[in-house]
Design a protein around this ligand. Structure first.
Ligand code: AGP
Length: 364
């Protein structure tokens, strides 16, 4: 990929549009169909070491932290290793207990984010093993880590991250599958996930083809002062990332909550002027998510759902193609990148260079 805009008006639009090829690239050459597993060359982690991991702690900032939250969910469900993600900036200031049986993973698009780099250096000082999930080849975090994997999203110029987020989550799916197959994940489960991964590029293309409809919706919601984003479990990091994207480029205030937490406070905010974007996958939590939509509707809240089929309680639904439950978050975030983009465009914002932000934050 070159740095020219290739016919797009903004880098953000170009980068959103490049996602089918970008995902294809992160998968390419890594899938081993014979054993229903994946090979990630640079991990520097043999099977015995992988079996000895007791916990996984993922560190990143902003969008990379959100990708890490989805990554932690993938590692827990596919490799059955307790995993969580934390903002790198918080982690290094709380004098964390550094445990030799924990695998630490630093996530960064630029590979230069100071808070992440400093967390990696602190961990290494304390003898931890740190892997990098990084986009920019040869960057500081990639060099400092003991091993890791590149996410191969290609150059990302727009200050807000889109294709790199998607590719990072796919890279985590590969890592989770790799760890799972070394541990307890069966051959048939491995096959199921591999088939799901292979469907992603075409499904992303399908989502991108509905851009005109998403644009109309964005123009309708662009007048809002504030928006709420909700999701449960796998859907919650999708809500967090979609709300960050909207804030960054449209300057509309947005907050993300687990749908299950609504009744513990934010329900008080619901009224017609505060639209809610709800992530509603067709999975074991569908009925729970629908109950949340009912709560919002009962308070006359407007709802835009991102779902696998029309949601009766929602005012509008963006229907996305279904994949395996574990991989659904990858697809559900993509229409909301376009939603943020078209909202900001309708408001006349400087999309590639939002105010007060820099592409890589190399200072504390
Ligand atoms: C992404 O849209 C943001 N601009 C920002 O949150 C970014 O993800 C964060 O600063 C981390 O950057 P990195 O991935 O290059 O480390």
């Amino acid at each position: 990929e070159s740095y020219d805009m290739g016919g797009h008006d903004t880098y953000m639009h170009k980068e959103i549009s490049e996602q089918p090829e970008a995902v294809d690239r992160v998968l390419r050459g890594r899938i081993d169909d014979r054993f229903s597993t994946v090979h990630l060359g640079g991990l520097n982690l043999d099977a015995r070491e992988a079996r000895g991991i007791r916990r996984v702690k993922i560190l990143g900032c902003g969008t990379s932290y959100h990708a890490g939250l989805i990554g932690a969910g993938l590692i827990e469900s596919l490799a059955r290793i307790p995993a969580d993600a934390e903002p790198a900036s918080e982690f290094r200031y709380r004098n964390p207990v550094v445990d030799p049986d924990t695998l630490y993973i630093a996530v960064s698009q630029s590979g230069e984010t100071y808070d992440v780099l400093a967390a990696v250096q602190e961990l290494k000082r304390k003898g931890a093993r740190v892997l990098g999930v990084v986009n920019v080849v040869g960057s500081a975090i990639a060099r400092e880590a003991d091993g890791g994997t590149y996410v191969h999203a290609g150059p990302e110029v727009c200050v807000v991250s889109t294709k790199c987020f998607t590719n990072t989550v796919v890279a985590f799916a590969l890592l989770a599958l790799h760890l799972g197959r070394i541990r307890d994940l069966s051959v048939s489960e491995g096959k199921r996930i591999i088939a799901g991964l292979r469907r992603l590029p075409a499904q992303i293309t399908e989502i991108l083809e509905s851009e005109a409809d998403i644009k109309k919706l964005a123009e309708e919601y662009a007048g809002a002062q504030s928006m709420m984003f909700i999701g449960r479990v796998r859907g919650y990091p999708v809500a967090l990332e979609a709300s960050l994207k909207l804030k960054e480029i449209s300057y509309i205030h947005a907050e993300a909550y687990p749908a299950s937490e609504l009744k513990h406070g934010p329900l008080a905010l619901i009224e017609p002027a505060l639209p809610t974007v709800a992530i509603v996958p067709d999975d074991d939590l569908l009925e729970k998510n629908r109950a949340a939509l009912e709560e919002i509707k009962a308070r006359s809240g407007r709802i835009l759902a991102v779902a696998h089929r029309e949601q009766e309680k929602a005012d509008h639904t963006i229907v996305v193609p279904k994949n395996e439950n574990e991989l659904d978050p990858i697809l559900m975030g993509i229409p909301l990148q376009l939603f943020a983009y078209h909202t900001a465009l309708a408001m006349g914002r400087d999309i590639d260079k939002p105010r007060n932000l820099a592409k890589s934050v190399t200072v504390e």
